[in-house]
Design a protein around this ligand. Structure first.
Ligand code: MSP
Length: 703
């Protein structure tokens, strides 16, 4: 039997899941469902990467052991996969892999031993002991070369990571090295002979030019005294394996490499090689380091490494907690169906490129493509079958004597016209799916929706129903619409399992669209006389104004991640998370990597002020010009970007908080001598001015 193996990255166990993690899982889940639907035995892996200095530090910050820290984060991931229908119970992943599993230790030690014994293509030892001297970024879990860090402003300070903007760690210690520099030609010949090995092409080119630029040997261990949370190097426990060597190997240990029990339960030979789905942020690790390790160990290379782009906010900025522009999973969960989220993710991101994710965009797509598109097609078709055909699938054929009549009413009497169109669209759908071009795949499906909608609108069944003689024409139109819906529910099963099943059962069909191979769909197999099910809207319309105002109001629903207790309670029975720490907040777990000292905070001079006057500025619709009393000789003139949200008059007399030592700057020709402190929330960044509920004198300092 044909088999298939798909993986997501295993996510760091130092921060809570967010839309980015959800996205890769949705894509992998869609691929896995599509394979299963075609009768291919499929294994789908996701999980967590639980070792390394970053997790060790997060644990320390939160007063947990590293394992407790990992359990804590895993409980949130499991909650997410369950709520969004991605776990085994809902037909999603087959394993939630954790690198702290003992069988993984066994497997990864076995891989190390093999690599340590190997010779490189140039005849050298693949692993050797040396001394590492350089800079390491803990959040990236990667060493940084000069062009990958920002030099410090002050001499003596460490440089900072260009990605995380956090200080790097100086590493100067004995280390094992993997002789990556000997693998450039071998890797280039893989890229050359297997053009589909790294996808899409743009990413492949990036990887090729990185390798052509010359590879440096890779430090693959840290002294246990520096990093103790990890897998010990076999036969040299004073060293801990580099976390990426450990993490990448999960893909093979999960299915039985180096461990009898997993081998029996899953089977390495049965499923390997895998298709690795990753974000472009970690492509190099997967497309260069991982294949090199495998080449050294003499293990077959992955089937492919497919890198997708990153989700940005609607303005094209990277999502981050600090900017306050992250898409919250609990909000998604509360306001949107999983199917709508899956559809949006796959339709909106051109696979391989970055995409923009905003709640408004999601609502618009859900309303136009789902509620008014597919959902409306389904309900109008089924409602008419209910009304005009006694809730039974009508006949799809017209007798000779009625052909002319049908033609006169504008209905195409040649059934193969619509059937042919839909078959072609199906073929395109499958082709694009095979190429993982999900946006185009869905466009192909929606071309069917548009075509059938037009057929109904042109034929006007409601008029045909008034004429007894046109009964056959009416039946044929509704049959074609219903049969198209059957096809759509099969095609869309991997993308929207819930909705596709709903349409399937409303058509009165038994079994599940999950069991029908879309390539084998035959037009006309929908049986005449089938009693349709209860007709219900598949995609209820979302009230945009109401939903956006609820989201903007920032209410924290008791949803997926509402409280730590919720998440902890949801852990699978095999992994009992540590009891929640008192005062632990989401921020503890989300991996704040750069805390400031109290002295840093003291540099900001925050003072109480009182608004003496406020006025609008001509031609600057966002700015208000404020005069503020800080109990200084002169009132301050401060500009604030709040004009769209505050009436100037209402601000006069109000106590506010001012950043008093902000360097003055000119805006629209006016000097602004400080800044008004405000909260900012929602996608548009709505400001809410900070104020006091008790009396406080002007000029008082905030500490
Ligand atoms: N632990 C490593 C992976 C080891 S795999 C052997 C790691 N973990 S991570 O938690 O940082 O996850 C990174 C992955 O999360 C990305 O490659 C991508 O799959 C997903 N995403 C994280 N943020 C994302 C976006 N903003 N947009 C899309 N996907 C994102 O790296």
């Amino acid at each position: 039997m044909e088999t298939f193996y798909v993986t997501t990255p295993i996510y760091y166990a130092n921060s809570l899941p967010h839309l980015g993690h959800l996205y890769t899982m949705i894509v992998a889940d869609t691929i896995a469902r599509a394979k299963r639907q075609r009768g291919i035995e499929t294994y789908f892996l996701t999980g967590t990467d639980e070792h390394g200095i970053n997790i060790e530090r997060a644990a320390e910050r939160n007063g947990r052991t590293p394992k407790e820290q990992a359990d804590y984060v895993v409980s949130y991931f499991k909650k997410m996969t369950s709520e969004f229908g991605l776990d085994t119970e809902h037909g999603g992943y087959d394993i939630f892999m954790r690198t702290t599993e003992p069988f993984h230790y066994q497997g990864v030690s076995e891989l190390w031993r093999r690599v340590a014994k190997a010779k490189t293509p140039r005849g050298n030892d693949a692993i050797y002991k040396g001394h590492y001297e350089g800079w390491f970024c803990a959040p990236c879990a990667a060493y940084k070369t000069e062009d990958e860090y920002q030099k410090p402003k002050n001499e003596g300070d460490p440089p900072t990571c260009l990605i995380h903007e956090t200080p790097l760690d100086r590493v100067s210690e004995e280390s094992y090295f993997f002789r990556l520099s000997d693998y450039d030609e071998a890797l280039l010949s893989v890229f050359e002979s297997r053009p589909d090995f790294v996808r899409p092409e743009s990413r492949r080119n990036e990887v090729i030019s990185f390798v052509r630029g010359g590879l440096q040997d890779l430090s693959v261990s840290r002294l246990k005294t520096s990093v103790s949370w990890g897998v010990p190097v076999p036969d040299d426990p004073a060293h801990t394996m580099y976390v990426w060597f450990d993490a990448l190997t999960n893909y093979i240990t999960a299915i039985g490499f180096g461990n009898e029990e997993r081998q029996k339960a899953v089977g390495f030979e049965k499923f390997w090689p895998a298709l690795h789905l990753v974000g472009k942020d970690i492509l190099r690790f997967h497309a260069v380091y991982w294949p090199a390790f495998l080449l050294a160990a003499g293990i077959e290379l992955p089937r492919a490494i497919v890198a997708h782009g990153m989700w940005l906010d609607p303005n094209g900025r990277k999502m981050s907690k600090t900017l306050g522009n992250v898409i919250e999973l609990d909000i998604l969960q509360k306001h949107f169906s999983t199917d709508a989220i899956r559809y949006f993710c796959l339709r909106e991101m051109v696979f391989g490129q970055d995409g923009r994710f905003g709640y408004e965009g999601l609502i618009d797509r859900a309303n136009s493509d789902l509620a008014s598109g597919l959902g409306n097609l389904s309900s109008r078709t089924l409602t008419m079958i209910g009304r005009y055909c006694d809730s039974r699938i009508p006949s799809g054929t017209i007798s000779e004597d009625k052909l002319l009549l049908a033609k006169r009413s504008g209905v195409d009497t040649d059934e193969t016209t619509v059937a042919g169109f839909i078959e072609t669209a199906r073929d395109q759908f499958l082709l694009h799916f095979e190429n993982l071009a999900f946006s185009r795949t869905l466009e192909a499906a929606w071309s069917i929706v548009a075509r059938v909608d037009k057929m109904i609108t042109d034929a006007k069944p409601w008029d045909l129903a008034k004429d007894e003689n046109q009964k056959q024409t009416l039946d044929v139109v509704l049959y074609r619409a219903a049969e198209s819906l059957r096809w759509l529910s099969v095609l869309l099963h991997p993308v929207m399992p819930g909705a596709s099943h709903a349409i399937w059962s409303q058509l009165g069909l038994d079994g599940s669209p999950a069991q029908v191979n879309p390539a084998e769909l035959k037009w006309g197999q929908l049986k005449e006389g089938t009693a349709i099910g209860n007709v219900q809207p598949v995609f209820p319309r979302i009230d945009k104004a109401r939903t956006m105002s609820e989201i903007n109001a920032g209410e924290k629903p008791k949803g997926v991640h509402a409280t730590e207790a919720d998440a902890v309670g949801a852990a699978a029975p095999t992994t009992q998370p540590a009891p929640p720490m008192q005062h632990a907040t989401e921020a503890d777990a989300v991996g704040i990597t750069s805390f400031i000292e109290i002295d840093d905070f003291a540099k900001v001079d925050l003072r109480v002020g009182q608004v003496l006057s406020a006025e609008r500025i001509p031609k600057a619709d966002k700015l208000l010009l404020l005069k503020i009393d800080l109990d200084e000789e002169q009132p301050r003139q401060i500009l604030a970007g709040i004009a769209q949200y505050y009436e100037p008059d209402k601000l006069v007399g109000r106590k506010v908080v001012i950043v008093a030592n902000l360097k003055p700057r000119k805006l629209r020709g006016y000097e602004s001598q400080g800044m008004v402190v405000a909260a900012s929330y929602g996608e548009e960044g709505r400001p809410v001015i900070a104020t006091f509920t008790e009396d406080v004198p002007n000029g008082a300092r905030l500490k």
